[in-house]
Design a binder for this molecule. Sequence first.
Ligand code: RBF
Length: 350
Amino acid sequence: MKQMRERCWPFRAVCLGISMICVLGGFAFAGGERQKAPADKVATTAIAVFIPGVMSGSPIYEMLAAGVRQAAAEKSGVEVTVIEGGFNQAEWEPRITTLAASGQYDLIVSSNPSLPAIASAVSAKFPQQQFLLLDGELAGNPRIYSMRYNQQEQAYMAGHIAALVAQDLDTRPSRIGLVAGQEYPAMNGVILPGYLAGAREVNPDMTVDFRVVGNWFDAGKGAELAAAMIRDGAGVILCIAGGANEGVVQAAAEAGAKVVWFDINGYGIRPGTVVGSSILHQDKAAYEKTKAFLEGSLPFGQADRAGVAAGYVDFVEDDPDYRASVSPGAREKQAALTARLRSGALDLSE
Ligand code: RBF
């Protein structure tokens, strides 16, 4: 190997030359994705987007990166580096520590309920580092701004449509499913109870079959859990399991069961099988908060919460696949619920 490396030195010299040209030409390097800074712009602000997992299969993270990039593109001299932290959660804190220790980034942006604790630990060691955290909550640290979505409302709308569709299916109308990537306080304490409460508004006898994949990527396990749920009588399943969602949809489609999607509009993923989409406008939040940071007005130290009435959580009704796969009666009842939430007449504060 050593010999090979030595033999390759002219190649390495060329690579080194190219790297230097790239640096002089204004590329940003940080072990992640690179974004070219136009030659006429001088980099003055560097932002790292840390993805706690991988982007593929998790639109919540794709929206995060897209929103930050959009805000950066509107201002000269802002470089964005996206770093995927991978699925080993034990590596997230050391990796963020390394980013902070490098002193290279004016802002680290991330999104996950586990990030506030990690950012606080890193902040104690590197107090200059600033953080923008979405989908998590921590007030009082002067270097951390956070914003959490009202997932009680998001899950309530998901449970409501699941129960309405279960009623129409008429197989076992009092049982619906939820497949989660893992258990965490927002899942067990907010999303699962919100889902059940929304379903019980339609059918007071509703029960939820709750099963956990154990990671955010295993589509085979997702399919296995969904198939077992369907056998046990759940005709409609909400999936919140990242890349494992694909397996849930597959199993449901094969069995003639239905799926409710979370975070983005999922009707197009499997028209006729996906019958509801309870979404987050995480791209909008990431855009607005990054823009505020770049303008010097992000209120560090503050923790905000936003739901349907504020325009960050919603249910997608204006989709032809939704209209084609859900009965007019069910859609009418769902529309009445979303209207109450949008107007603020129904406030499901956690
Ligand atoms: N959601 C995803 O879609 N993909 C993920 O890889 C993912 N990883 C997570 C890891 C941890 C430790 C926790 C607490 C949550 C994770 N979530 C993930 C869930 C995410 O924060 C959010 O609750 C859901 O996307 C529903 O909005």
